[in-house]
Design a protein around this ligand. Structure first.
Ligand SMILES: Nc1ncnc2c1ncn2[C@@H]1O[C@H](COP(=O)(O)OP(=O)(O)O)[C@@H](O)[C@H]1O
Ligand SMILES: [Mg+2]
Length: 277
């Protein structure tokens, strides 16, 4: 059974603006899924269906095989944690600690368990030192981590991050990449994230959905998506720089294997160099 599945999910905003148009999306267990698309493609609208903030205009959303109802909404939100793009929308308490504790406290967990979860969640995102601070006085990147910690503390099976790198500095982006990968590796958590910055996608995703004008324009593995320049430019996205570079070297006669991540590119270029290619 899939953790999340949408079937012909369609959502129409007031004023007859189509947000989503017959979207079929699947999140299997322990996957790292990127949803890429230009601004206005429908990424946020899709994510707002994953924990019942929006209800489909038509089609359906199944969480662990069940449609979302008023009765199971709490369970669904325990199961699927969504971090929105703007952390200010999600931060509500006077201290970081209280903010991260808010969700687990609302689940009715014992105080000791809540404290333990808060400590763990702050450690996972690397902000133990901000425990006593006032969230609204933190930097954008720090606030984002507070929002992520708040969701992690709920121990969801699926973590959904809407544009998690927006507003982060380069080190913040690298930390986030490591963090997503460790959640997936260490906790077997399924992570779904959206971005229009394609360069980091191969570092973090096993599977990619490409959205355009409310539809899924394409889906596939890194190899399947990032060799399709025509597709990416037709949906107003860049081709990631590494496969582009390797392809251009190949066109110039260098025998080098295709690479999508920094580590792959380094290996490929080193081995080509040693062979004297
Ligand atoms: N509150 C809203 N009211 C009307 N239209 C909206 C609203 N929010 C988003 N839309 C429209 O829905 C489409 C998808 O938007 P969105 O899901 O925010 O895209 P993305 O997250 O990929 O940038 C866009 O055409 C956008 O203009
Ligand atoms: Mg968005």
């Amino acid at each position: 059974m899939h953790l999340i599945e949408t079937r012909d999910l369609t959502y129409v905003y007031p004023g007859n603006v189509k947000g989503l148009d017959r979207v079929n999306f699947i999140a299997p267990r322990n996957a790292r899924i990127a949803v890429i698309g230009a601004n206005g493609a429908g990424k946020s609208t899709l994510f707002k269906h994953f924990n019942g903030i929006f209800r489909p205009t038509s089609g359906s959303v199944l969480i662990h095989g069940e449609p979302i109802t008023r009765e199971n909404l709490r369970e669904v939100r325990k199961f699927v944690g969504v971090v929105f793009q703007n952390p200010d929308d999600q931060i509500i308490s006077p201290t970081v600690e209280q903010d991260v504790a808010f969700g687990p406290t609302n689940l009715g967990l014992d105080e000791d368990i809540v404290r333990h979860r808060v400590t763990e969640a702050l450690a996972v995102v690397g902000i133990e030192h901000l425990r006593e601070r006032v969230p609204h006085h933190l930097s954008g990147g720090e606030k984002k981590r507070v929002a992520i910690a708040g969701v992690i503390a709920m121990e969801p099976q699926v973590l959904v991050l809407d544009e998690p790198t927006a507003g982060l500095d380069p080190q913040g982006v690298r930390d986030l990449v490591d963090f997503i990968n460790s959640l997936s590796r260490t906790y077997g958590m399924t992570v779904i994230f959206s971005t229009h910055d394609v360069s980091l996608v191969p570092e973090v995703a096993d599977y990619i959905y490409v959205m355009h004008k409310g539809q899924i324009a394409a889906q596939g593995t890194t190899e399947e998506i990032f060799l399709r320049d025509d597709l990416l430019s037709s949906v107003r996205l860049d081709v990631p720089v590494l496969p582009k570079l390797i392809r251009s070297l190949r066109e110039k006669g260098v025998e080098v294997s295709m690479a999508y991540t920094y580590a792959e590119a380094e290996r490929a270029l080193l081995s080509a160099y040693k062979r004297g290619a």
